[in-house]
Design a protein around this ligand. Structure first.
Ligand SMILES: [Zn+2]
Ligand SMILES: [Zn+2]
Ligand SMILES: [Zn+2]
Length: 582
C-alpha cells in the first residue's frame, strides 16, 4: 500500500470516528456523509491502482528499449570491425601499388637515360660537324671574295661563249631581215607582171641577199654552242657560289629571240600573197621551217639552262630528300654489362671490362663502349661472332653481370590474301608453299606469327601483318612475292610503328585512344577525312602531326604519308627496337 492510500485510509477512519461522535446529526445525513467518504476512498484506491499499473508498463518499456539498444550496439560493432579490417587491407594494397608504380617509374627513367645517351652523343657530333662545315663555307666565301677563287676564269669563258651566242643570234636576225626583204621583192614581182611565169628559184634572183648555206651553218654553230654550254662539266659544282647571275645575262638574248620569232610570224602572215609563185615560196618555206626549228631548240636550251641554274641555286626540297633511299638498318650486336658491386662507377666497369677482354688473342672487334645509367655500360660489336667472343669472356669474369637488350622481330605485310583463310592457315601456307624461298632457314625453330590483319578495299581480301624471325624476313622481303593459297601475293616490310586512326598520334591504337574527337588526316580539322571539306575542294593537305611539332617547312602531306618527317622520326625510333639481322 502506497502513502497516498494510507493517508486516504487515515482520513476515512478519522471522518468515520467524527461522524460516530457527532450525536446531534440526522441519521440520513450521517449515512450520506459516510457513503461519500467511502466512495472517495474507493476512488483514491482505484487511482492508486491505475498509477501503479502505468508505472509498471513504463518500466517494462524502458527495459525493452535498453535491450534494443544493447542489441543494436552489438551488431554495429561487428560491422565496424569488419569495415576497419577491410580498410586496412585496402590501404596496404594501395601502398604496395604505389611502391610498384614508383619502382616502374624509376626503371623507366633509368631506361630512358640509357636509351637517350647514344642519340644525345650523335646529336652533339652532328652539331660539331655542322659547325665545322659552316666555318668551312665561311672561309671559302671569304676566299672567293678576296678574288683568288678558281671559279672566275671558268665563268669568264662562260660569259665569252654567251657573247658569241649573242652575236650569232644577231646574225640570224640580220639574215631574217634580208629574207623579209627578199620576200617583199618577190611580192612586188608577182604584183607587177602577174602573167609572166617565174620559174627560177629565189636564190637565183637574189643570190647575195639570201645565202642559205651560210644561214644553215650559223644555225648549226648556234646549236653546237648551246650543247657545249649545257654539257660543260665545270658548270655542275655549285659551290663556291659564282658571282654571276645567269638569268640576268640570258634575258637580253631571250628578248632578241622573241623579236626574231615575231619577225617570223609576220613573214608567215605574208605567205598567202606569195603563194602564187610556187618555186621560190617552197624554198622560203623550207628555210623558214629550219629557222623555226632552230629557234625552238635555242629556246629549249635556254629554258634548260635556266632550270639548271635554278636547281643549283635553291636548296633541295624535302620531297627530293625523302625520295633518296634510306640507309640500311644497322644490326644490333650490343651487350649491357654492369658490376655486381654497387659501389663501382661506370668508369670502373669499363676498366674491368677492358682488363677482362683478351682482345689480343681473340681478335674480337668491339665498335664502341659507352656509359649508361645505373653504372651500366653498353658494348657494341661489329658482328655476331665478335659478340659471342666478348660474351664468353665477360661471363668467365667474376664481379661482372650482363644482359642482352631485348629486341623484337621484324614485320611483313602480305597484300591481298583471301580473308576466308584463318591465321593458322596463312602460316601453314606461308611455310608449305614457299619452301623454295626458305631453304636457308630452320623453319621449325623460327617465329612466324600473324599479329593482326589490315582491312582491304575488297571485303573478300585482307592484308595480314606477320611477325617473322629476322632471317625469314630477309629471305621473303628480298623476293617480294609469296604464294598464298591460289594466289601469288606481294610481301613487303611493315613498319612496327602503330598510328592511331582517331587522333593520328603514334604508339597506340584507336581502341585505347583518349582523344574525344576524330582528327582529319587530310587537313587536321576536327572531323573524319571522309567528310573533309578541304579534300572535297581539292585543296592541299596539312599534316597535323608536323603542325604540332612545328615543322613549318614541310606540311603539305597527309598524316599517314610515308614522306611525313614526324612519322619518319617515330618510325626510326620504333625500328631501333627491332633486329633486322640475326
Ligand atoms: Zn589516338
Ligand atoms: Zn579535313
Ligand atoms: Zn607530317
Amino acid at each position: 500500500m502506497d502513502s497516498a492510500t494510507k493517508v486516504a485510509n487515515d482520513l476515512l477512519q478519522k471522518g468515520k470516528e467524527a461522524l460516530e461522535s457527532a450525536g446531534n446529526m440526522k441519521r440520513e445525513c450521517k449515512l450520506e456523509a459516510h457513503d461519500s467518504l467511502q466512495g472517495l476512498y474507493e476512488t483514491v484506491l482505484a487511482l492508486a491502482d491505475s498509477r501503479s499499473r502505468h508505472k509498471y508498463n513504463l518500466e517494462r518499456e524502458r527495459s525493452r528499449h535498453a535491450q534494443e539498444i544493447v542489441r543494436a550496439e552489438r551488431a554495429h560493432s561487428k560491422e565496424l570491425v569488419v569495415m576497419r579490417q577491410s580498410l586496412t587491407a585496402e590501404l596496404s594494397l594501395a601502398r604496395a601499388d604505389i611502391a610498384g608504380t614508383l619502382k616502374e617509374a624509376k626503371d623507366i627513367r633509368a631506361w630512358l637515360g640509357y636509351e637517350t645517351v647514344e642519340p644525345f652523343g650523335e646529336i652533339k657530333e652532328m652539331m660539331r660537324t655542322m659547325r665545322a662545315l659552316e666555318s668551312k663555307v665561311q672561309q671559302e666565301a671569304i676566299q672567293s671574295e678576296t678574288g683568288n677563287a678558281s671559279a672566275v676564269p671558268q665563268w669568264e669563258t662562260m660569259e665569252a661563249s654567251l657573247f658569241k651566242l649573242d652575236s650569232h643570234v644577231t646574225d640570224v636576225s640580220n639574215q631574217l631581215d634580208a629574207l623579209r626583204r627578199t620576200v617583199d621583192g618577190i611580192k612586188e614581182c608577182s604584183v607587177g607582171p602577174a602573167t609572166a611565169p617565174v620559174t627560177s628559184p629565189s636564190h637565183c634572183i637574189f643570190p647575195d641577199a639570201l645565202d642559205e648555206s651560210k644561214l644553215e651553218g650559223d644555225i648549226e654553230s648556234l646549236r653546237r654552242l648551246l650543247v657545249e654550254i649545257l654539257d660543260r662539266p665545270s658548270y655542275s659544282p655549285p659551290s663556291p657560289p659564282p658571282p654571276l647571275d645567269l638569268t640576268e645575262h640570258l634575258r637580253p638574248l631571250s628578248d632578241r629571240l622573241e623579236l626574231v620569232s615575231s619577225d617570223l610570224r609576220v613573214l608567215r602572215d605574208k605567205e598567202p600573197q606569195v603563194s602564187a609563185l610556187p618555186a621560190p615560196s617552197l624554198e622560203v618555206e623550207l628555210a623558214m621551217a629550219d629557222v623555226k626549228l632552230t629557234l625552238q631548240s635555242i629556246k629549249e636550251g635556254m629554258s634548260d639552262l635556266y632550270t639548271a641554274d635554278r636547281t643549283l641555286q635553291g636548296p633541295s626540297s624535302y620531297a627530293q630528300m625523302a625520295a633518296k633511299p634510306r640507309p640500311p638498318q644497322l644490326p644490333n650486336h650490343t651487350l649491357i654489362i654492369s658490376s655486381t658491386d654497387p659501389k663501382h662507377t661506370g668508369d670502373n666497369v669499363i676498366e674491368r671490362v677492358r682488363l677482362a677482354l683478351d682482345l689480343k688473342n681473340t681478335g674480337a672487334k668491339v665498335d664502341r663502349v659507352r656509359k649508361a645509367r645505373n653504372q651500366k655500360i653498353v658494348l657494341s660489336c661489329a658482328s655476331r661472332d665478335d659478340l659471342k667472343l666478348v660474351r664468353t669472356q665477360v661471363r668467365s669474369c667474376e664481379g661482372l653481370s650482363m644482359q642482352e637488350p631485348k629486341s623484337g622481330n621484324p614485320l611483313v605485310c602480305i597484300r591481298g590474301v583471301l580473308s576466308g583463310y584463318s591465321n593458322e592457315e596463312v602460316i601453314d601456307m606461308l611455310k608449305a608453299q614457299n619452301k623454295h624461298l626458305l631453304q636457308e632457314v630452320d623453319v621449325a625453330k623460327a617465329t612466324i606469327r600473324v599479329r593482326y590483319r589490315k582491312r582491304a578495299r575488297n571485303p573478300l581480301e585482307c592484308h595480314p601483318v606477320v611477325e617473322l624471325s629476322p632471317k625469314i624476313w630477309e629471305c621473303l622481303t628480298r623476293v617480294g612475292k609469296v604464294h598464298m593459297g591460289i594466289r601469288r601475293c606481294p610481301i613487303d616490310d611493315q613498319s612496327p610503328l602503330v598510328q592511331c586512326t582517331r587522333c593520328l598520334g603514334y604508339g597506340h591504337t584507336k581502341a585505347i585512344c583518349r582523344a574525344e574527337v576524330d582528327i582529319c588526316c587530310f587537313c587536321g580539322g576536327e572531323h573524319t577525312s571522309r567528310v573533309c571539306p578541304v579534300k572535297e575542294a581539292a585543296g592541299p593537305p596539312t599534316c597535323s602531326n608536323c603542325v604540332k611539332a612545328r615543322r613549318e617547312s614541310y606540311l603539305a602531306h597527309t598524316a599517314f604519308s610515308e614522306e611525313c618527317p614526324e612519322r619518319q622520326k617515330w618510325d626510326s625510333i620504333a625500328r631501333s627496337r627491332i633486329s633486322y639481322c640475326c
